[in-house]
Design a protein around this ligand. Structure first.
Ligand SMILES: Nc1nc2c(ncn2[C@@H]2O[C@H](COP(=O)(O)OP(=O)(O)OP(=O)(O)O)[C@@H](O)[C@H]2O)c(=O)[nH]1
Ligand SMILES: [Mg+2]
Length: 348
């Protein structure tokens, strides 16, 4: 306003001064915007890093990888070797690591990338692309009951994940019921019952040694009479090589399909991240034999090998639905690929 008044008194100087003042204002605005963007990014990184503190061990490997790559002014053979070595150390797995390196080579050619920083950015983009989009649980559109069948090898975290999922779903307004279809050990049934009591979710069980298919049948009936909309079935640990156990799984599946024809709506395999590439072999067999709809990767808090998640997504062709981040009931998170990658590269 002053410049306008001033301008009225000295008309010849007006255009130049106005121009300078406008330029100054624009520069200041730009600087302010830059400062705000930097503060926002720092804030986001700090909160991501805090929220994903369970990834601490894996993050150390990825941070090292990231800075090794970014340090290079030019792209050398040594840089590629280092990168491959570090991808393997983070348990990204041989075939996924090789694929990533080839893909980055391709991008260097196509996009004329010249520096380590450019490679680092491309790596981050490719890792995020590997994981795909977030994939929420699938609910039945036809049936009033959604059935989630949870499988996996011994000790992978099935029962704990069933309880954690039940807690999340209850919290979001669903009426959940659980089936203790691991009838091999009394302790397995009790373990689920204890969780059920803690989170106030009913658990349908029979005596140890009974037929898991019969437990699932009971649970479906109970779900109908109690007006539950989600049934989660906990099963015994099994290897794909154990014929009887695989047949038992098929039988459970048949019972579900008989009474809930479009079920199971999710067939989730729980995979322990600390067991790495061996677990992947198992999962591949399960995926081939019975068809999985998704994966829960557990124990990411106990390993530096969180890069395993990329191998899972690349190899199995099914989404990671949840990640296990600890032993407590709240330690399960819907998997968000973008945030996961951002957390791996966030500075500590
Ligand atoms: N740190 C950590 N521990 C976990 C996680 N998920 C499960 N566990 C632990 O792993 C152990 C095995 O978990 P369970 O849920 O009993 O595993 P399971 O697959 O049902 O085992 P079986 O029924 O014996 O085959 C328990 O001590 C859990 O507390 C996780 O995300 N992080
Ligand atoms: Mg169990």
């Amino acid at each position: 306003m002053f410049s306008r008044l001033f301008g009225q008194k000295q008309p010849e100087e007006d255009p130049k001064r106005e121009q300078e003042a406008a330029q100054q204002r624009a520069e200041q605005e730009h600087l302010e915007q830059q400062r705000l963007a930097q503060a926002k990014q720092a804030e986001e990184e700090a909160s991501t890093s805090q929220r994903f503190s369970f990834l601490q061990r894996t993050r150390q490997l990825f941070s090292r990888m990231s800075s090794t790559v970014a340090q290079n002014d030019t792209i050398t053979d040594e840089l590629w070797d280092d990168l491959e070595e570090q991808l393997l150390a983070a348990d990204v797995g041989p075939s996924t690591s090789t694929w990533l390196i080839e893909r980055l080579h391709q991008r260097v050619q196509e996009e004329h990338l010249r520096t380590g920083t450019q490679i680092q950015r491309a790596l981050r983009e490719e890792l995020a692309a590997l994981l795909g989009k977030p994939s929420a649980l699938r609910f039945s559109k036809q049936s009033p009951l959604t059935v989630i069948l949870v499988i996996g090898v011994n000790g992978s975290g099935k029962t704990t994940s069933v309880a954690k999922m039940a807690a999340i779903l209850t919290h979001s307004g669903h009426k959940v019921i659980l089936a203790a279809a691991d009838t091999f050990r009394a302790a397995a049934i009790d373990q689920l019952k204890v969780w059920g009591e803690r989170i106030n979710v009913p658990v349908i069980s029979q005596n140890p040694g009974s037929d898991p298919g019969a437990v699932v049948f009971d649970a479906i009936q109970a779900a109908h009479t109690r007006g539950c909309d989600i049934l989660i079935v906990d099963t015994a640990g099994r290897l794909h090589t154990k014929f009887n156990l695989m047949e038992e799984l098929k039988k459970i599946n048949k019972v579900i399909q008989k009474f809930v024809p479009d079920g199971p709506h999710e067939l989730l395999m729980v995979i322990d991240a600390t067991t790495g590439q061996n677990a992947l072999l198992q999962a591949r067999k399960f995926a081939e034999d019975i068809g999985l709809t998704g994966v829960i990767v557990t124990k990411l808090d106990s390993t530096a090998k969180g890069g395993f998640a990329f191998a899972v997504a690349d190899d199995l062709g099914v989404p990671i639905k949840f990640i296990g981040t600890g032993e407590k009931i709240g330690d399960l998170e819907p998997f968000d690929p973008q945030k996961f990658v951002a957390a791996l590269f966030a500075q500590n």
